[in-house]
Write a protein that binds this ligand. Sequence first.
Ligand code: NAD
Length: 333
Amino acid sequence: MHKITLIPGDGIGPEISEAMRRVVESTGVEIEWEKVEAGADVMDKYGTPLPEYVLKSVRRNKVAIKGPVTTPVGKGFRSVNVALRKELDLYVCLRPVFSLEGVKTRFENIDLVIVRENTEDLYAGIERMIDKDTAESIKLITRGASERIAKFAFNYAVKEKRKKVTAVHKANIMKFSDGLFLETAKKIAENYPQIQFEDRIVDNMCMQLVQKPELYDILLCPNLYGDILSDLCAGLAGGLGIAPGANIGDECAVFEPVHGSAPKYAGQNKVNPTAIILSSVLMLKHIGEKEAAGKVFNATAAVIKEKKNVTYDLGGTAGTSEMADAIIKKIAG
Ligand code: NAD
C-alpha cells in the first residue's frame, strides 16, 4: 500500500484530480490518498495559502500529486507552487514533451525533456521597490544549485538512455549569472563523455524549437527560461491539456500538470484531464509501479488516438469525467 498526498488545488484542480484518482485506482495499485487543501480557500482559516499540515503530509509520504493552485497577479500572496518547491527543496522541474498520435500539431516526432532548475534565478523572490517608480528583482544563480541540476540532467540522460543535453542560457549578456550556470554545466558534462553536450542562447533556442524540435533531447535550463520553454514546448506538442510535470528533490517529489487552474472553466466538467493523468504516470514510475504506469499511459494514448471520447481542446465533445471513464474502460481491457 502506497500513501500519497493529494492536493486537489482550485479552479479546475478538483475535477481533474478526481479524474486522475479514478484512473490510477482502476489499475489495481493500492494507494491511500491523504487529501490536503492549499491555496486561496484555506487562506482565511490558516492565514497562509500553504499551511504547515500540507508540508508535513508531503514530508511524511515523500510523494504527492497536485492540481493547479491560483496565484493572484501583481498583488496578494506569493505562489503556493513556488513556496512548495522551495520549502521541500524540489530543485528539479521535469517536463517531458512528446508527440501523441491523434493530437493535431505542426510536428509529429517530438521527444524531449525539459530539466528546469526550480529554486533560484528570478524566482528566488528577491525583489523590492527602490522608490515609487523603480522596481528591482535580483537574479540569483549559485554554483551549488547549478551543479545539482546539471548532475540530475546527465544522470537522467544515462538512466533513460537519452543522447544529448543542451544547456540553455543568455550568458552573452548575463555573463556572471548565466555564465556561472553554463560554466558549471560544461564542467559536469566532462564526467559524462557518453552523453553529447551543447549549449544554446535562449532566444536562438526558441527559434530552433519552433523550426526543428526533433533535434533536441534534454534541455537543461535555469528557472525562468525553463518555465517559458515548458509552455512553448507544450504548445508544440499539442497544448497545455496534455503536458505533464514533476518537481523532484532528494527527499520528496510532487507531480503536477504544467497548466494552471484555468478559472474560467472551473466546475464545468469541460477541461482535459490528460496532463494530470500523465503526471500520475510519472508518479507511478517514481514509486516503482512500472506496470500500472504503462497501463495508464497506453490507455490514455489509445483514447486520444481514437478521438471519440476526448475533450474540446482535442477536437471532441467529451467532458472531463467522460474522458476519464473511457481511459478506465481501456485499462479494464
Ligand atoms: P492556465 O494554464 O490556467 O490556462 C490557460 C488556458 O489554457 C486556459 O484558459 C485554457 O484555454 C487552457 N487550458 C489549461 N489547462 C487546460 C486543460 N486541462 N484542458 C484544456 N485546456 C486547458 O494559465 P493561466 O490562465 O495563465 O493561469 C491561471 C492561474 O493558474 C493563475 O493564477 C496562475 O498563477 C495559476 N497557475 C498555477 C500553476 C500550478 O499550480 N502549478 C501553473 C500555472 C499557472
